[in-house]
Design a protein around this ligand. Sequence first.
Ligand code: NAP
Length: 280
Amino acid sequence: MSTATRPRLACLIGWPAAHSRSPLIHHHWLRTLGVPGGYVIEAVPPDELQDFVFRLALRGFVGANVTIPHKERALALTNPDSRARAIGAANTLWFEDGELRSTNTDVEGFLNNLDASAPGWEEIEEALVLGAGGSARAVVFGLLERGIPRVQLVNRTHERAQALADQFGDKVRPAPWQSFTDLLPRAQLLVNTTSLGMRGQPPLELDVGRLPDRAVVAELVYVPLVTPLLASARTRGLRTADGLGMLLHQAVRGFELWFGRRPQVTPELRALVEGDLTSA
Ligand code: NAP
């Protein structure tokens, strides 16, 4: 079989080999689009990461996803785009003109999910982002990329919010964690990037009744599928974008880069992954 017709293979590089929904998502797209190819999980210990990445093509891979704990080092081992560089972490690798490139698809996962779930959401003056960890960087970068004039950033550890604001400039305003209740009436978009609300974690204590009438609420947590925050926002009739939607949308770009077709996030795919999440 020639290289051109050989089925293409991508992988997820992590350590230890964690349970991931990525194989389910990519196999669904390969099957429904009739693309010959595969997607496998590769457990790569930290001391073998460099060798693995440098020999990615020799190992037969056209690209890879990267997950914990390798996302930061993957940046240094590749030629990152502006998104990966700004976020300081790469989650998707691909070859371009013989060079190994990297990006961070959490940005488009967040933005495209909002576009699909709450069209017109970006017609706002102010967003309120809770959290200042890895995913908050992707969210803030995406909001600034879309031209949101003001992003209030609230984090339990104020120094991390300050550091993120220092990096992204004066449109990002750090505020103390205790102040988020006072910021709610101005938050036309509220984004939870903390792990509060995740299974096994305390819920996010927040009164959605204080948000403006037309506010949009975006949640990054996807286990459970419907967090207490999403449930209360929906009860109030607010538009929401959930964590599963972001997870599915962030996978689109990798598939397109590796397999040459742009897949869709469909209700069938959602149902498939929801089934996997609820049975776990
Ligand atoms: P991370 O880097 O570990 O950051 C965790 C954030 O949560 C920090 O801001 C942390 O505040 C805050 N936090 C944790 N416990 C808290 C508490 N008890 N009270 C207040 N704040 C608390 O994690 P991450 O990678 O950003 O991920 C955060 C969440 O997003 C996770 O649930 C993850 O599964 C989800 N996520 C979803 C997607 C998706 O595609 N849907 C993508 C990425 C992440 P401190 O700085 O004070 O510790």
